[in-house]
Design a protein around this ligand. Structure first.
Ligand code: FES
Length: 153
């Protein structure tokens, strides 16, 4: 796995030979390839551009598009916008966190699910709402959420 990561990263780095200012496009390519920015890749990108690791890390953390943890196979996004919050979004999030033993912003130990919060999906009439991959689930209750999650396990 490690060897494969290095090989794939090396392939990406060679595409950016001589492009000193291309930190962000390279990080985007790395994320596109691995689904996130693995720690080892930050070190290699820093070496490639001859800057410190903290500089690369600083650039990457500045942009919300970059993530530093491996995503789950299924992305669960729970809405905690006003309408969803008022109708129990926080309890929905809490149920998922307990059921899957993962905190918002994290990935389950088996990498099956990633969990994130979202401000509003624009489906407020269906509040509380969550989205798994591209599928929207609305008018949720805690028991309904457990059933939905079970379908993906
Ligand atoms: S507040 Fe949740 S969909 Fe709008």
């Amino acid at each position: 796995m490690q060897e494969r990561l290095e090989e794939r990263l090396h392939g990406l780095l060679t595409q950016f030979e001589g492009q000193n200012g291309a930190v962000i496009p390279l990080l985007q390519k790395v994320q596109e390839t691995f689904g996130y920015l693995p720690r080892e890749t930050i070190a290699q990108v820093a070496k490639f551009f001859k800057v410190s690791e903290s500089e690369i890390f600083g650039v990457a953390t500045f942009y919300a598009q970059f993530r530093f943890t491996r995503p789950g196979d299924h992305a669960i996004k729970v809405c905690l916008g006003t309408a969803c919050h008022v109708r129990g979004g926080t309890q929905i999030m809490g149920t998922i966190e307990r059921e899957l033993e993962v905190k918002s912003g994290g990935t389950t130990k088996d990498y099956k699910f990633g969990l994130d919060r979202v401000a509003c999906f624009g489906s407020c009439a269906l509040a509380p709402v969550l989205v798994i991959d591209d599928k929207v689930y609305g008018r949720l209750t805690t028991s309904k959420v457990k059933e939905i999650i079970a379908k993906y396990q």
